[in-house]
Write a protein that binds this ligand. Structure first.
Ligand code: CP
Ligand code: NVA
Length: 310
């Protein structure tokens, strides 16, 4: 039976139940098919999505804007200097005002708490388009992509190699809630958040999988079905890039590392990729790589999320 998600915010994957995650995947598949065949699917006729970006974006910006347009609604883009938000107006007041105009908000910003507060004080759904802590839409699109390629999620092993950042956190939540094993290898000092790991261990136990937080990338990648990586310095950490590059060199995803995974492993990256750093072209452009399928699926999955919550 369909779960009613109208009005629900998506701030982290743990906001979603197992049933809601699968409902998003089912609708994503339907909408992807309809787009392919040209069948109309204007499920959000007359609705307006506000899109707030305090950081740059290619995929999130374009896929949300095209997505709302294809659903029959319109998207309004607000860059870093467009709103009074956190300049001369609080998150609380902004949330209350925007709720009087818009049908939903998608926000990309630094502080995760700002997104939590936007949802708390507003009365319309808020969709997290990336914070320093989480990137849930990316991971939902990633899981949907894995499902398309492997026809299942439960029991697969995903190895994430690199910084214990927003991507690592959302992958921990997403994999543990869908019965996937997840191994994360990061250098000391760059491990994922302890509370997020602890919650993932609890969920993994419930859904029948394992979480491993390691230092050795070879051990993490051993027999993996999926190898995932991300930039070593995220948006906002540019000044640490040189220092991080030295510390992360052992964590580069290259032919030497991937040979420890299953022969039919999938290579994934949220993009943008810093080729030559966290991944080399031989892997990113190999037959195992599905990086552009992931990017495409952002569109279909976010259309499903918008259609369900707005
Ligand atoms: N993966 C992702 O969110 O890409 P953008 O930063 O281009 O939106
Ligand atoms: N960890 C990266 C992800 C980009 C989509 C960042 O936050 O910059």
């Amino acid at each position: 039976m369909a779960v009613n998600m109208k009005g629900k915010s998506l701030i982290s994957i743990n906001d979603l139940t197992y049933e809601e995650i699968w409902q998003i995947f089912e609708l994503s598949q339907t909408l992807k098919q309809r787009r392919l065949t040209g069948e109309p699917h204007r499920l959000l006729e007359g609705k307006t999505l506000g899109m707030i970006f305090a950081k740059p974006s290619t995929r999130t910006r374009v896929s949300f804007e095209v997505g709302i347009y294809e659903l029959g609604g319109i998207g309004m883009y607000f860059g870093q200097n467009d709103l009074q938000l956190k300049k001369s107006e609080s998150v609380e007041d902004t949330a209350k005002v925007l709720s009087r105009y818009l049908s939903g908000i998608m926000i990309r910003t630094f502080d995760h708490q700002d997104v939590v507060d936007l949802a708390r004080y507003g009365s319309i759904p808020v969709i997290n388009g990336l914070t320093d802590l989480m990137h849930p839409c990316q991971v939902l699109a990633d899981l949907f992509t894995i499902l398309e390629k492997k026809r299942e999620l439960k029991g697969l092993k995903l190895a994430y190699i690199g910084d214990g950042n927003n991507m690592a956190h959302s992958l921990l939540e997403g994999c543990s809630k869908t019965g996937m094993h997840v191994s994360i290898a990061s250098p000391s000092g760059y491990k994922p958040d302890g509370k997020i790991v602890a919650d993932a261990i609890v969920n993994a136990k419930y859904f029948g999988s394992k979480v491993n937080i390691l230092e050795d990338p070879v051990e993490a990648v051993k027999d993996a079905d999926i190898i995932y990586t991300d930039v070593w310095a995220s948006m906002g950490q540019e000044s640490e890039a040189a220092e991080r590059k030295k510390k992360f060199m052992k964590y580069q995803v290259n032919p030497d590392l991937v040979k420890h995974a299953k022969p039919d492993y999938l290579f994934m990256h949220c993009l943008p990729a810093h080729r030559g750093d966290e991944v080399v072209n031989e892997v990113a452009d190999s037959a195992n790589s599905i990086i552009f399928d992931e990017a495409e699926n952002r569109l279909h999955v976010q259309k499903a999320i918008m259609a369900l919550v707005m």
